[in-house]
Design a protein around this ligand. Structure first.
Ligand code: SF4
Ligand code: SF4
Ligand code: SF4
Length: 249
């Protein structure tokens, strides 16, 4: 059986997910390339392909000028997978959607340079139909491998829609709140295995929110259990979920 033809594409992002995937010695990547035929991947090769079985798209849709390229990818690919928080939800790029002077802050006197023109940072699904998303910043390469494995076996991939707390409890990690810290695992989408609390740091919801997160309860617990000010509690959840909060819809 011919291997599926796969292409990798990037838009507004740090390309950290590509690096995470191809990291030297990445077992996940070495396993993946045994089963697929990579025909387009700017980071690693100069060839361009035609039709694709799977297109992996990294990065947010943040410039109208990118719409045509995204539509072209959609036309060529049977399956489109948005990988990484930037592509899946807008990720950390979406922070700018809530500020007005971010360009000046970052670029100073060069803020008006034409190549810096952009619109709101949106998920790839704002421009084209996305079939599956691999969440996380960076995405979890083993989850990506699992999704591809399911697809190769004509099985429907399962994307978790329960909170990180479930995985955290499974590995019997002491809750950050019991240690006087904060955490967003109650509303963060699981699938990572809760590595952050296990390493002694809070979950910052890099995989975005579960569907229908209880934002009010999160705010309450951040104030009452972690001692946050109302302002800090309100803004805490913006870092990776700026496009998913109820005040952004
Ligand atoms: S999801 Fe994170 S690591 Fe991946 S491209 Fe976006 S900012 Fe970079
Ligand atoms: S440490 Fe975080 S993820 Fe773990 S149980 Fe507590 S709130 Fe949930
Ligand atoms: S525990 Fe939270 S911050 Fe850490 S990888 Fe999982 S979702 Fe991301």
């Amino acid at each position: 059986m011919a291997k599926p033809k796969v292409g990798f594409f990037d838009f507004t992002c740090c390309e950290g997910c590509q690096i995470e995937l191809t990291n030297y010695g990445s077992e996940a990547f070495l396993e993946l390339i045994k089963h697929i035929d990579i025909v387009e991947f700017r980071e690693a090769m100069s060839e361009k392909a035609g039709d694709l079985d799977i297109a992996f798209v990294e990065g947010s849709f943040s410039r109208e000028a990118d719409r045509k390229r995204l539509e072209d990818i959609r036309k060529r690919a049977k399956i489109v997978i948005a990988y990484g928080a930037c592509a899946a939800t807008g990720g950390i790029n979406a922070l700018k959607n809530h500020t007005t002077d971010y360009k000046k802050c970052v670029y100073g006197k060069d803020a008006e340079m034409p190549h810096l023109d952009s619109q709101k940072a949106l998920p790839v699904s704002a421009a084209i139909k996305v079939d599956y998303s691999v969440h996380g910043c960076p995405m979890d390469k083993y989850e990506l491998l699992r999704i591809v494995t399911h697809l190769l076996h004509q099985k429907e991939p399962v994307i978790p829609n329960y909170p990180v707390c479930v995985e955290c409890k499974r590995r019997e990690t002491v809750c950050r709140y019991e240690l006087g810290d904060h955490c967003m695992g109650q509303v963060a989408r699981a699938g990572c295995g809760a590595p952050c609390p296990a390493q002694g740091i809070p979950c910052e919801a890099c995989r975005g929110f579960v569907d229908n997160p209880n934002e009010a309860a999160l705010k309450k617990v951040l104030i009452e259990r972690a001692g946050f000010s109302e302002y800090r509690a309100e803004n805490k959840s913006r870092m990776f979920t700026a496009n998913q909060r109820s005040d952004s819809k």
